[in-house]
Write a protein that binds this ligand. Structure first.
Ligand SMILES: [Zn+2]
Ligand SMILES: [Zn+2]
Length: 328
């Protein structure tokens, strides 16, 4: 495993890069892969249907602050579960946190419907290991077998990095990336309960919509806006980190890949769009390394530290940051 991808993990470190062992490219999909592809298709399409129905049922009504509030609350909670929990804590171990918060972050991340936590971590660690090279599960640069460069090739790469990779049996061969997490009883439990937490993530906005408006229609709209539409937004914003942030933006650091800092994704993805910074310093809890790079996920981690719930928050020194900058 490349140094710096996650905190010292001798088991992962010992397993050297054998790209052929990962078998992501050019193989037939197994029956299990096909089943996973169908499940992912349902998970991708259903939120779209939710948005269409949400607009249909809200048509002709004034802006609904209650539903907007539920959508915002659910989006922030589930997205921070991904950015702070799945990504910066479980994948990169960039800080420590007390057990109940650890559990809560795993649960909130599950509600985003981006897959069970351990599988998500495995895929993302593989992405760091092979960034923009063969066996990167979702690089926009290495997909396809033609050597042509053009708009069509770029769009095909974009689609593959954004969501196409979800239908290609990406979860095979992840074992070597997740050995440490398989020892973690709490994480294995939440991993197994994934579908249950997805349902809870749909029930909460439904109940909130009903209770806050005291109408059945309010409950339905809560489900459609705070449940399905919130999942849709979370999906495409998170996937933009994989697609947009490996195509467009600045790359102030030498990282050996095509990662980019993209300000729009930076803000929408709660700090995750400062992706060139992140590839340069994967174990940093802070992705927005300069004051103007808005990083609400890091603000959340600092707030947890301030009240004594988080510790050992890792941030690179000014010398390390300067040392990795591109010269000239
Ligand atoms: Zn990346
Ligand atoms: Zn990462």
């Amino acid at each position: 495993m490349r140094p710096d991808v996650l905190a010292a993990d001798p088991a992962a470190e010992a397993s050297t890069t054998r790209v052929e062992a990962e078998g992501l490219e050019g193989r037939e999909l197994s029956p299990a892969d096909k089943k996973a592809r169908l499940v992912n298709l349902i998970a991708v399409v259903t939120p779209f249907a939710g948005l269409v129905l949400a607009i249909y049922f809200s048509w002709g009504f004034a802006f609904d602050w209650t539903q907007a509030g539920i959508l915002f609350f659910m989006f922030m909670a589930s997205s921070l579960g991904i950015t702070v929990g799945y990504h910066r804590l479980f994948t990169h171990k960039s800080f420590e946190v007390v057990a109940p918060v650890r559990w809560l972050l795993a649960v909130l991340g599950s509600m985003s419907v981006q897959g069970p936590v351990i599988e998500w971590v495995g895929v993302h660690r593989r992405h760091h290991q092979h960034s923009d090279r063969e066996n990167d599960p979702h690089s926009p640069h290495v997909h396809g077998d033609d050597e042509e460069h053009g708009v069509l090739t770029m769009l095909r790469g974009f689609y593959h990095a954004h969501m196409g990779w979800l239908f290609m049996g990406h979860s095979k061969g992840l074992g070597r990336y997740i050995k440490d997490l398989r020892q973690d009883e709490m994480l294995c439990r939440v991993n197994r309960q994934f579908l249950f937490w997805v349902v809870v993530g749909l029930v909460i906005p439904t109940v909130l919509g009903g209770v806050l408006t005291l109408t059945w229609k309010g409950a339905l709209l809560g489900f459609l806006w705070g449940g399905l539409t919130r999942i849709l937004l979370g999906h495409h914003i998170a996937w933009s980190v994989n697609s947009v942030c490996h195509l467009w933006g600045a790359s102030p650091f030498r990282t050996g890949d095509q990662s980019r800092n993209n300000a729009i994704v930076g803000v929408l993805a709660l700090g995750e769009g400062w992706h060139n910074n992140h590839h340069a310093f994967p174990t940093s809890a802070r992705h927005g390394l300069w004051w103007w790079q808005f990083d609400p996920s890091y603000i959340t981690i600092k707030a947890l530290e301030l009240v004594g719930l988080a510790s050992e928050v890792t941030v690179p020194s000014a010398e390390r940051i300067e040392g990795k900058r591109k010269k000239g």
